[in-house]
Design a protein around this ligand. Structure first.
Ligand code: SAM
Length: 280
């Protein structure tokens, strides 16, 4: 396996800084720097960008982002134990790595994006990953401050993000992501690539914002998809009844058969329906 930089191997970093993985922080570290480089390259040209990395941990992906040419990396880590290891990387790449200790759920993206075009690349902690994605794709302003998201999820979550209508994995996440973004599953990563290995396979998802997504009442879309997929085996006339007594009329008003089930509806139909239900 070829070296990507002259910093110490990650196993040594973890040993020297006593970074035993903590489950409560979703810590499954990637130690193969060639693999983290593959993740970084999935995000495309980084040379003009600020890259936000959530959860750098011992810094395997951080190092790859810097090797891949990121102009500036802002790495937000909740676990203070990781900071000394990250400081070593910052010293190796003067002026290019900013380390922030804190909770990514409380981040102000516009402030980070003020430094130039922003891409987000992360091996996300499983316990907050979906919430972060939803926050990033449901912001009020669109197009968003970020140019792309390149994110590691459990494979099952990745499949839900990119799921097309009619598929088993199609649901709320797929509708939200597909409405506002182009989303692709870039590649899978086996459990053995992580230390400690998780129970499931993971996958990298790459999302770019649609320039002009269909106009939609976001709150209505969230409520609608929650109700429709919450009871996905039921016909829409039944699953949407709790939202509006005249659900059947509203379904017909946008040309949707009330006997259809959630997974049969395209994203365009969900958007039209959300707008019809927003007029309640
Ligand atoms: N990027 C490293 C890698 O690929 O090896 C670590 C990835 S590990 C799956 C997730 C990282 O996110 C851990 O370092 C963990 O401490 C950090 N983390 C967990 N919750 C966080 C939060 N709310 N905000 C920021 N970082 C968090």
């Amino acid at each position: 396996m070829s070296q990507i930089d002259t910093l110490p191997p990650l196993r040594e970093v973890i040993r020297d800084h006593d970074l035993q993985a903590r489950k409560s922080l979703g810590q499954n570290f990637l130690l193969d720097l060639n693999l983290t480089l593959k993740v970084a390259r999935t995000a495309g040209d980084l040379s003009e960008c600020t890259v936000l990395e959530v959860g750098p941990g011992p810094g395997g992906l951080t190092r790859a982002l810097l090797v891949a040419g990121a102009r500036r990396v802002v790495a937000v880590e909740k676990d203070p134990r990781c900071l000394p290891a990250l400081e070593q990387i910052a010293a190796h790449y003067p002026g290019r790595l900013e380390i922030v200790q804190g909770d990514a759920l409380a981040l102000a993206l516009p402030e980070i994006a003020a430094g130039g075009p922003l891409k987000i690349v992360a091996n996300l902690p499983y316990n907050v990953g979906t919430q972060l994605l939803i926050d990033w794709i449901t912001g009020e302003d669109w197009p968003p401050v970020w140019q792309s998201l390149t994110l590691m999820f459990q494979k099952e979550v990745a499949e839900r993000i990119v799921a097309p209508p009619g598929s088993k994995a199609y649901g709320r996440l797929g509708v939200l992501a597909g409405w506002r973004c182009h989303a692709t599953l870039a590649f899978e990563v086996g459990a053995k690539a992580f230390t400690p290995p998780p129970k499931v396979t993971s996958a990298i998802v790459h999302l770019t914002p649609r320039a002009s997504p269909l106009a939609c009442d976001l709150k209505a879309l969230e409520k609608l998809t929650a109700a429709a997929f919450g009871q996905r085996r039921k016909m829409l006339r039944a699953s949407l009844k709790p939202l509006a007594g005249d659900a059947e009329d509203r379904l017909r008003s946008v040309g949707t058969e009330p006997t259809q089930r959630a997974e049969q509806l395209s994203i365009e139909e969900f958007v039209a329906l959300a707008n019809a239900f927003a007029k309640a």
